[in-house]
Ligand binder design. Structure first.
Ligand SMILES: Cc1ncc(C[n+]2csc(CCOP(=O)(O)OP(=O)(O)O)c2C)c(N)n1
Ligand SMILES: [Mg+2]
Length: 678
């Protein structure tokens, strides 16, 4: 069904600061019109929720329209970047799409911008730089920082608009991002929508008395101010317009604390019992919408404003009717959409053409240098990766060769830096992020597993990221510098993972991961970085790292492993061939997600015996999945129970003796296999 035509006074979705002064009546009618449409829609959505036609819950933006509507009107929507919150339906309506598209999102129907995979206001429009929302408060502001920086790197004088509430302002992501934006001098306008409550928690239980959030700007070396967004909306818009212009001109971030309102409690189910008697009446008396209306009546007359309201109400009803007619969503295609589809190989130069003898760290360095040389959209970021060359010297020399901002040291802010990388990726850049140790990637768990990983499924946008994770133990680094996190991360849908065990595979893995349109984790065992050298060369079959590598041929037992344990498995296979005359068919998985097990299944069908070996812990370890997948089809052909060799279910212990007992070693693998062979 065709979408209803917008009322003529809503035909324009932009507003110049100059128009506010020169044509205040027109400006006010436009702002009021969008605010009124937003209010009418929010109220109607609440009714539809109560009728059971909208599921989940709804968090209304009633009272907050004077923040999100003027800002969305004033932004340059051809270049700027924005992330809306759950109070910003008005902003969504202005920014892009037809109101029916946004209603479809609430109805979670087949026309929903998230294909009904997300509910209520958890959507965006990535093609128009409205970044798709996730629930986790604070997490999206770093995405705005990244996408805005991406725009600037591409030569667009963009501004980012990052919204968050008083509640969200307590999250670490907000602090990390404000600091990062100031450090990198990113043109981002941070807007705190202070409505005095986080769910039921009042300001007094969120902050020490007399806290004024905007004053925090000074601590980041940026400008900040407070603004009353419940008064004259033209004044509010003028102040916002000047702030946007200043951020655009100076390319410095700014923090605004907008005092705003939440007129309908936290969400549809909120009974607001925690409010003091009369408190809600106070909110209602400060509502900016009736004030804007009253002023418009004085300028245009009551009849004209009544007519505008009636037109908006009629238009919205027509939209509701249209959206109610859209079919329910189909479950087909969900699994396919977890990942962005494979892209054609990039036109890599066939270099280096002569093999060089390199260790794994040097092979990665060569790969990074190749990518930075040949791919202008690439950049490398991480802690100490600049002059120092990274904790393991993998990025040695890159800063000298490619300079900032393509090789960037980052502050200790894994979450914001990963969110920043996501923003860059959403806008066409391809960041490669080094975590100093894989262990510290837990600081970015939300960004990796819930934001980047789910991006394509819920928004259709590709998020091409390479996350490099120096992992593994055996080096006496203890619990916080030795983790194997592949099972932890890869249990979340939407992430790919490669764990190379040779220098050539590491080089190939970087290229294959880089050109993949999805977030790819590369697990780099620290113990392999300098474990001997091998020839590394341009390999036209570099994408074969997505398949397992056949390491050692045998007919007795199929042995599946990856990472450093590949080397252990090779040694063990030689030992058993020599001492027991038993030949193992050894496979190095290389890609842990997606798993390609066809050749290994065929091997198991031949041998009927399975050993799975990995360094990570046994319980919920990667081997559990491998054994399950490999045996559920070949169960009848098994000649012996599968053997699973893994680390003990312990935090990684420190002392060498303890760590040797904790994780598989050649000796312990031989003992376990010998006992299993009987
Ligand atoms: C990190 C995180 N913790 C908890 C929640 C659950 N939650 C959703 S909204 C909300 C209150 C948010 O308050 P505020 O940031 O002030 O925004 P407001 O709802 O007042 O607009 C909470 C606690 C969440 N979404 N994210
Ligand atoms: Mg709040």
């Amino acid at each position: 069904m065709a979408h209803p035509t917008l009322p003529s006074f809503l035909a324009t979705r932009s507003l110049g600061t100059d128009e506010i002064g020169a044509k205040p009546t027109e400006a006010l009618l436009r702002i009021y019109g969008w605010m009124q449409l937003s209010r009418t829609a929010d109220n109607r959505i609440l009714e539809l929720f109560r009728q059971g036609l909208i599921k989940g819950t709804v968090t209304g933006g009633q009272g907050n329209e004077a923040v999100c509507v003027p800002l969305a009107l004033l932004a340059d929507k051809s270049v700027d970047v924005i992330s809306f919150t759950h109070r910003d339906l008005g902003g969504h309506l202005v920014w892009s799409g037809h109101p029916c598209d946004h209603l479809n999102q609430y109805f979670a129907n087949a026309g929903s911008p998230t294909k009904a995979r997300e509910g209520n206001i958890h959507h965006g429009d990535p093609a128009n730089r409205s970044l798709p929302m996730i629930s986790h408060l604070g997490a999206m502001v770093s995405n705005v920082a990244g996408a805005t920086d991406s725009q600037r790197r591409l030569g667009c004088p963009a501004v980012g608009l990052a919204f968050f509430g008083d509640g969200g302002s307590s999250t670490g992501d907000i602090h990390e991002t404000l600091n990062l934006a100031s450090l990198l001098s990113l043109p981002v306008l941070f807007v705190i929508q202070n409505n005095r409550y986080a769910y039921s928690t009042p300001l007094a239980e969120q902050f020490s008395p007399d806290t004024e959030l905007w004053r925090r700007a000074a601590g980041y070396g940026i400008e900040g101010f407070a603004l009353n967004a419940t008064g004259d909306v033209l004044e509010t818009a003028r102040a916002f317009g000047e702030a946007i212009a200043r951020v655009r001109a100076t390319s410095r971030p700014m923090l605004i604390e907008a005092h705003t309102l939440r007129l309908r409690g936290h969400a549809a189910y909120d009974t607001c019992d925690y409010l003091a008697p009369g408190e809600n009446d106070g909110f209602l008396s400060r509502d900016p919408l009736p004030k804007a209306r009253a002023r418009l009546v004085t300028l245009l007359g009551a009849a004209r404003v009544d007519a505008a309201d009636a037109e908006i109400a009629g238009f919205l009803e027509a939209c509701v009717k249209t959206s109610l007619g859209v079919p329910r969503p189909e479950a087909a295609g969900m699994e396919k959409d977890v990942f962005a589809p494979d892209a054609a190989p990039l036109p890599w130069r066939a270099e280096p053409s002569k093999p060089d003898s390199l260790n794994l760290a040097q092979a990665l360095n060569l790969g990074l240098r190749k990518i930075l040389t040949e791919r202008p959209e690439s950049l490398v970021l991480g802690q100490d990766i600049g002059t120092y060359g990274g904790a393991f010297k993998v990025t040695d020399g890159l800063l000298r060769e490619f300079g900032r901002p393509r090789v960037m040291n980052t502050p200790l802010a894994e979450s914001a830096c990963t969110g920043y990388a996501i923003g860059l990726a959403l806008n066409g850049h391809r960041p490669i992020e080094e975590f100093q140790f894989a262990d510290f990637a837990t600081e970015a768990t939300t960004q990796i597993t819930l934001n980047a990983a789910t991006m394509h499924f819920r928004s259709g946008a590709a998020c091409p990221l390479v996350l490099r994770l120096p992992c593994g133990g055996g080096l006496t680094f203890g619990s916080f510098h030795s983790q194997e996190l592949e099972a932890f991360f890869l249990s979340m849908p939407g992430l790919k993972g490669i764990y190379p065990s040779t220098p050539q595979d590491a080089f190939n893995a970087l290229l294959a991961a880089y050109e993949d349109p999805n977030p790819v984790l590369i697990f780099e065992h620290k113990g392999l970085y300098r474990r001997g050298k091998a020839p590394v060369v341009w390999d036209p079959a570099y994408r074969s790292v997505w398949q397992p590598r056949h390491v050692h041929a045998g007919d007795h037992t199929t042995l599946v492993t990856y990472g450093e344990m590949t080397l252990v498995a090779e040694e063990a296979a030689k030992y058993f061939e020599g001492e027991y005359d038993v030949k193992f068919d050894v496979w190095d998985l290389r890609a842990l997600a997606p798993l390609r097990l066809d050749e290994i299944r065929a091997s198991l069908a031949r041998t009927g015996r399975l050993i799975v070996l990995h360094e990570g812990r046994r319980t919920h370890g990667f081997g559990a999945e491998l054994v399950a997948r490999l045996t559920e089809e070949n169960f009848g052909a098994l000649k012996a129970p599968p053997l699973r060799i893994a680390a003990m279910d312990l935090p990684v212990p420190f002392a060498p003796e303890l760590e040797r007992a904790y994780r598989p070693t050649l000796e312990s693998v031989i003992d376990r296999v010998a006992a299993w062979l009987g």
